[in-house]
Every structure is written in C-alpha cells, then in structure tokens.
Design a protein around this ligand. Structure first.
Ligand code: CUA
Length: 344
C-alpha cells in the first residue's frame, strides 16, 4: 500500500469527527448564544476566526501560485526569476496589511473586554446574585430579595443579572456557555460577572475547573422565567413551607429531617449551611444536579439519601442507608422523601 492509500483509510475517522462535532446540547453551547453577553462574545469569536481564515486563504493562494508559476519545467534553462529583496512596495504591503488587520481585531476586542468587565452589582435595574461554589454544588443568594437557593439559579428573562462569585473551598469556575463566558471562583476572593437571558428557558451550567472527584458532575441549571413567574417564585421561596398535619408520613419525615439533616441543610428563605438550602427543593430540575441519575423522582431521591457517594463520589453528605454511618430505617427514608416532596 502506498502512502496515499494509507491516508484514505483515515477518511471515515475524519467523517466521524465531523459527525460528533455536531452533537451537543442546545442549552449548553457558546456557539448558540441565548443572551446579549454571549452574543458579544460570539461576535469576537467570529471576527477573529474570520480574519484568521482570510489570512490563511491569502497566504496559501500566494504560496500555491508561486509553486506553480516558478516551477522548473522540461527544457527550462537555469534561470533565476526577478529578485524582490528590498522592494519598497512589497515591504509596505506586508507591514501595513497586518497593522490594519490587528486594528480591526483590537478595537472591538478592547471595547467588549471593557464592556463585559463592567460591575453591575448595586445597579438598581439588575438582580444581584452571590454565587458560592462548594465541592460539588452551587449556592445562590439574592441579598436584596432576601432568599437563598442552590443548584437551580432562577432568573427573570430579559433582565441583567449581576454576580459576585466566590468559592468556599477550592478553585471552581462558573460557566453557563449559552449566556456568558466562564468566571473563576476563588476562595477568599470575589469576582464579578453579568449576563442576561433572552427568553424563558432552562440553560445548563457547568463547573469548568478541575476541582475533585465529582468535578464532571458539578452541574447546575439556570432557570429563566418571565418576570411574573419570577416574582411568583420569589414569593413562594419567602413563604414558609408548612406540612399538613393530616399527612402523617411527611410530618414524621419532617421530624426525622430535623433530627438528621437540618444541621447541614437549611429549609428557610435565607438559610445557609454546610449543604445546599433545600427550600423549594421539590421544584428543582435535578437531585444534586447530576444529569444521568438525578431526575427528580422518589427512586433517585432514595438512592441519593441512602448512598450519596454512589451518585456523586467525593461529596460531603454522609450515607443514611442501612450500611451508612447514620443508618435510617427504610420507612424513615421514605418518610423523609415524602417530606422533601412537600418543599415546593
Ligand atoms: Cu467544581 Cu469543577
């Protein structure tokens, strides 16, 4: 087999690569911006990519032209073509053209960099959210609204969200590809970021900095709602959840929760703890944010409470299953699940 035949064998592989590059999540792609910040960043990507492609095409075109034009043909004598060293015209062209290209690239890049670094915390028209990253979950506080939540960042569409971002333990990175570029979360330091969502939808968020065993499972959601639905959500979060006395299972579960879980998990509008605040828990998109095994249902909740390590290795929640450190009886776990389901 000659060299070319060898190369042909790789063509299906290239085809597969192209095919796979088409796979993805519509709500988690920087290439499908769903808000103004992501659109500005997409414009910068397109601009720089466009200039790069243009330069590559021009350079290759000249290269191929020279290869063909000055090739030694049969019968050609040993002649040396006209030499261009020191040509003023050429020197000026290849100095001025890159300068122009760099200016076209630099002016919007600097402009957008300054614009996207603006601090909107304290801006009356923006919603202020404090983000704290934990191994391996996300805490969201809304200081002006007097509420705190975890895992699902609920926002109103079409409104600027001004973030203050930090970490409680190691380095993480806050990233919602559809809405904005990533921002690092550093312990002892506060970074800022802002974004806005065009429409009411659920966007995927990711931790984008290797932070431990469950880094890949450190997901969250941005739940963008209409202004009216957002106000409703805030009101619900502020109203204390009450378990009906007639619901004996849930009532029993509430007591078990108080005895075993409340030390880490607050269930109140503003409560913060070692673990996520579970106020409004049953309305969340996922359990522990884990995409593959986190669908909000009793079976997954049972597995999470019994053996959280099997779902999200390295997380700090102790196992409450029969083989765990603080075992609960099967019936007790089911009652806790009944109680958690009342937290809407
Ligand atoms: Cu947190 Cu990776």
């Amino acid at each position: 087999m000659n060299r070319w035949q060898n190369l042909w064998r790789y063509i299906p592989l290239f085809g597969l690569m192209l095919l796979l590059s088409g796979c993805g999540n519509d709500t988690m792609s920087a290439l499908r911006p769903r808000g103004p910040v992501a659109r500005d960043q997409m414009f910068l990507m397109e601009l720089s990519l466009g200039i790069m492609v243009l330069v590559t095409i021009v350079v290759f075109a000249i290269y191929i032209y020279v290869l063909v034009r000055f090739r030694k043909k049969k019968g050609d004598k040993d002649i040396i073509p006209k030499q261009v060293e020191g040509s003023h015209v050429l020197e000026i062209i290849w100095t001025v053209v890159p300068i122009i290209l760099l200016l076209i690239l630099a002016v919007p890049t600097v402009t957008y960099t300054v614009k996207l670094a603006e601090n909107h915390v304290g801006n009356k028209d923006a919603i202020h959210v404090k983000v704290t990253a934990h191994q391996f979950w996300w805490q969201f506080e809304y200081p002006e609204l007097g509420i705190a939540t975890a895992q699902d960042l609920v926002i109103p569409k079409g409104k600027r969200i001004a973030f203050e971002i930090t970490s409680s333990d190691v380095l993480h990175s806050f990233w919602v590809p559809s809405l904005a570029g990533k921002q690092d979360t550093n312990p002892g330091m506060t970074n800022i970021l802002y974004f806005e969502a065009d429409d009411a939808a659920v966007f995927m968020g990711k931790c984008a900095e290797l932070c431990g065993a469950s880094h890949a499972l450190m997901d969250f959601k941005v739940v963008s709602k209409t202004e009216a639905d957002f106000t409703k959500w805030v009101d619900k979060m502020k109203a204390p959840s009450v378990v009906a006395a007639s619901d004996t299972g849930a009532k029993n579960g509430e007591q078990i929760f108080k005895d075993n879980c409340l030390a880490c998990h607050a269930v109140s509008p503003q409560g913060l703890g070692v673990g996520p605040n579970l106020n409004g828990f049953a309305a969340r998109e996922m359990i522990a944010g884990v995409k593959t095994r986190g669908e909000m249902n009793d079976q997954n909740l049972h597995e999470w409470i019994s053996n959280p390590q099997s779902v999200k290795p390295g997380n700090k929640m102790p196992a409450f299953g029969p083989t765990g450190g603080k075992p609960l009886q099967e019936q007790q776990i089911n009652d806790v699940i009944k109680y958690l389901n009342t937290l809407k």
